[in-house]
Structure formats: C-alpha cells, structure tokens
Design a protein around this ligand. Sequence first.
Ligand SMILES: C[S@@+](CC[C@H](N)C(=O)[O-])C[C@H]1O[C@@H](n2cnc3c(N)ncnc32)[C@H](O)[C@@H]1O
Length: 367
Amino acid sequence: MNRSKRKQTPTSQDTQLEFFKSPVQLRTPPSTRYQGSKLKLLPWLWSNIADLEFDTALDAFGGTGCVSYMLKDRGKHVTYNDHLRFNHLIGTAIIENSRIRLSDDDQDSVLSRHGGTKYKDFIAQTFGGIYFTDEENAWLDVVCQNIPTLRGRFKQALAYYALFQSCIVKRPFNLFHRKNLYMRTADVKRSFGNKATWDTPFEEHFRGFVEEANAAVFDAGVPCHAVHHDALRIPGDYDLVYMDTPYINKNGVGVDYFDFYHFLEGLVDYANWPDRINRQRKHLPLNGVRSAWSNPKQTKEAFATLFERYRNAVLVVSYRSDGIPSEDDLIDLMRTFKQKVRCIHFGEYKYVLSTNGNSKELLIIGQ
Ligand SMILES: C[S@@+](CC[C@H](N)C(=O)[O-])C[C@H]1O[C@@H](n2cnc3c(N)ncnc32)[C@H](O)[C@@H]1O
C-alpha cells in the first residue's frame, strides 16, 4: 500500500502539519499520535531558542523525537533521551540513524512467516479481547519475532518505529490504558474515533509508516545520538537541555507514559514479557514503579534535582500554565540556579486530546 492511500483517513496530525507552512522553514518530522507531542509547536519553540548560543543539545524527555528532529535539522549535535525502550528505538530510527532505510525485501521479510521458525503465540494467548482482534494478535506475534532477525540495529529500529505507529493508530484514544477492544468492534453509531483507521489491516499501516520513517532519515552532517536513561541520570555535558516532562494538571492528574504505552514496551521485550505482566489488572500492564513525574507530591523535588543536574547548561522547559508545580513556583525554582529566567506563553494552543481550554503552553528559559 502506498502512503497516499493510508492518508485517506485523515489524522489530527494532518491538521498539525499545517503549522509547517509557517515562515520558519523546517524539515517536517513524521506525524504521530503520541500524547503530548510538541509537533504543532516546533516553529514557535524554534523561534524562541534560535538566538541562544548552543551546539550540543539534550532532549531529556524525547517522546516522539520531533524536538530532537528539529534540532538535528538545525545542525545541532543532538542527544535524544527517553526512559521508555520503545521511544529509544524511535530516537534510534530517526535521530541517530542518518542513512539506513528499510528496503522492500526487509519489509517482506518482517511481514512473512519464515519456514523453519517456530513462532511463539504469547500475544494471541494473553491479550485476546483486550486491544486487538485475534487475527491481529497473531500478526503481532509473528512480526515482533521477525524484527530482531533484520540485520543491523537501524533497520530493526525503523521496523519497530512502523510497528509502534501502526499499533497506536489502531487503538481507541491511541492508548493502551484500558481493556476496550469492544469500542472498535461494537456495532454502534459513533461520535468519535476513526473506525476506518482502526480496521485498516496492520500490514497496510506498517508499510505506510515504513515509507514515512524512510523519508524521515537524513544526515545532518553532525553525529546525533539516542540514549535511554532516567532523565536525572543521563551522562555527559550539554550546552542546552530541553525538558518536556510528563504533565500533571491542577487536579493532580498526571500522564503516566509507562501505563499508557506498556504494550509497546512489551513488544520490544517479547521474550521477557510474560514475566513482567501485572495480571491483577484487566488491561495487563507491565509491573513498574510509579514515576515521580506523574506524582504531584514529588514533581517539584524532581524538577529541583533536574535543574541542579544540568545547571551548567541553558535550561529550556516546556510547561503548561495549570501544571503542578505552578508556573510561578517553577520560575522561582529555576531562579535559584539561573541568573536570567524568562517565561514565554503560547497564545491559544491546546493539546490535541485535551478538553481543558484554560491550560496554556509555555516555555521557561534559564541562562
Ligand atoms: C511530554 S512527553 C515528551 C514529548 C516530546 N517532547 C514530543 O514532542 O514528542 C514526556 C516523555 O518523557 C518520558 N519520560 C517520563 N519519565 C521519564 C524519565 N524519568 N526519564 C526520561 N524520560 C521520561 C515519557 O516516556 C514521555 O515520552
């Protein structure tokens, strides 16, 4: 399938890409439906940091990699980081990788059953009725056992990239936080969602996303890296550190990325997945500790540790006006580490998935 065919089911990201018609010329990062992506805000973000003096940059909470991608495009020596393994593979595919692409043969190899291979059927046996149909679960079992047989980590990362995006677009709300396959399959009149996208076969999505990922690969002429650490423990020194932490709203409700995307973490740890599952919960997430970044009682201290760790760099924080800690608290905290602190608000921007009209996006920059 070609990309234009997949695009017949428009996504909210198609609208987001309109932003790239801005006067600031940017190479467009691939579109995703990841929670909290800054894709829409890149021209605004760049216009506020372009004049800062920096060559090396750390994107400490990298997510989709779109900010790293922009910085790479601007010739910066970027280090992408995310503590989730699946995100690290996204960073590997489109940030660290500067020239490897997936061929048609590679794709065919990922998508076919190989004679002589004895495939496990863990996903089909475990996740029936939770996220995907039985047929789709069987497809996932084969594909995630084939990807590690591709030669070279960049090819594998590109194939995982396409697999993750395919899984995300086929999910109601684009998340894995609930056992809600029934929302896809129920024969009801719908006021939301995109049934055509949900029901498009995995293989079609996969090939479309490989095309997008291949098109996103470029050589910026400077080495870029993707790493995988807790943000407080990333080795190295950087001229600028960009921090886009998980958001906790004024009611103390945070975004727990590990819980939202655990299924993708499982796909990249197929052999150990059975031992990592929390079977007490209906949606079978992975066992794990709740992060300080999704706990309103711990975030202020976590920010203090983060600022202290990178105090020698220019600090750039993406934040929201109704977050916890408050905007003023965060500015005061940054002032304890930096002499010059500015806060810039972005007009009327709202998150794609957010219904909270009072929450404004902002940037806090400390020099
Ligand atoms: C708001 S999202 C970043 C979005 C990103 N700027 C983009 O535009 O796609 C926050 C990211 O932080 C990551 N994260 C959460 N806790 C972390 C930690 N302790 N260390 C590093 N990354 C973390 C999550 O996996 C998530 O991808």
